[in-house]
Design a protein around this ligand. Structure first.
Ligand code: 5RP
Ligand code: MG
Length: 219
């Protein structure tokens, strides 16, 4: 399958998000209410985006570490389809979040940190988590060490073989998607490359063209 394009909305307020979103939304498969936006605006961000785009898949990137049942329920009640959980959360937390997600017909994404443990990932799959995010950290970016490594691509293959939809994210730009050529990426997330662009629609279109070039239109 061709990877879906997800836009990450990590602005500090709703107007700065809704303007670019309206411009790019026709190019977008999944809308992410990002961690930054959720901390700044709360779950009203999810409610607003849901009201405006009732048919789009919405991720609440809340990065649950604890209190999984309660936090995920708040997100799904606000209108999210997917919620994120950090890789460091306990298996009990993952299990609780999956249980609530099932109640709402939602899905759970686990966000990898720097450490990767394939046995732990297999347990997430057994518990019913559907997605794993392979992620370049903003802190690595701030430290000037942003790069994709061969082990990131190997993780994409291994996680997809376990049955996960694998997402890649972290400062992604259209011209670096070739790094993942031949890899079973399910979702590409781009935030600033779209939202901070002068023309968000054109930026999202360029990303879709790059996705089609790297993976083929329907491949
Ligand atoms: C940061 C995130 C962002 O949402 C993700 O990195 C996508 O944004 P960008 O493309 O601007 O890096 O979760 O931790
Ligand atoms: Mg995010």
């Amino acid at each position: 399958m061709r990877p879906r394009l997800q836009v990450a909305l990590d602005t500090l307020d709703m107007p700065s998000t809704l303007g670019p979103l309206a411009k790019c939304v026709d190019e977008i498969d999944v809308i992410e209410c990002g961690t930054v936006l959720l901390l700044a605006e709360g779950l009203s961000a999810v409610r607003n985006v849901r009201a405006l785009y009732p048919d789009k898949t919405i991720l609440a990137d809340v990065r649950i570490a604890e209190a999984g049942a309660k936090l995920s329920r708040l997100c799904f009640e606000a209108g999210a389809d997917w919620v994120s959980v950090v890789a460091g959360a306990s298996l009990t937390t993952v299990e609780q979040v999956v249980k609530v997600a099932d109640e709402f017909g939602g899905e759970v994404q686990i966000e990898l940190g720097e450490d990767y443990d394939a046995d732990q990932a297999r347990k997430w799959a057994e518990l019913g988590a559907k997605h794993v995010i392979v992620h370049r950290s903003r802190d690595a970016e701030a430290a000037g060490t942003l790069a994709w490594h061969p082990e990131d691509v190997a993780r994409v293959h291994e996680l997809a073989e376990m049955g996960f939809t694998v997402t890649v994210t972290g400062g992604i730009k259209a011209d670096e998607l070739d790094t993942f050529a031949g890899a079973p990426v399910g979702v590409v997330i781009a935030g600033r490359a779209i939202v901070a662009a002068e023309d968000p629609a054109a930026a999202a279109h360029t990303l879709n063209e790059a996705i089609a070039r790297v993976w083929g239109e329907d491949a």
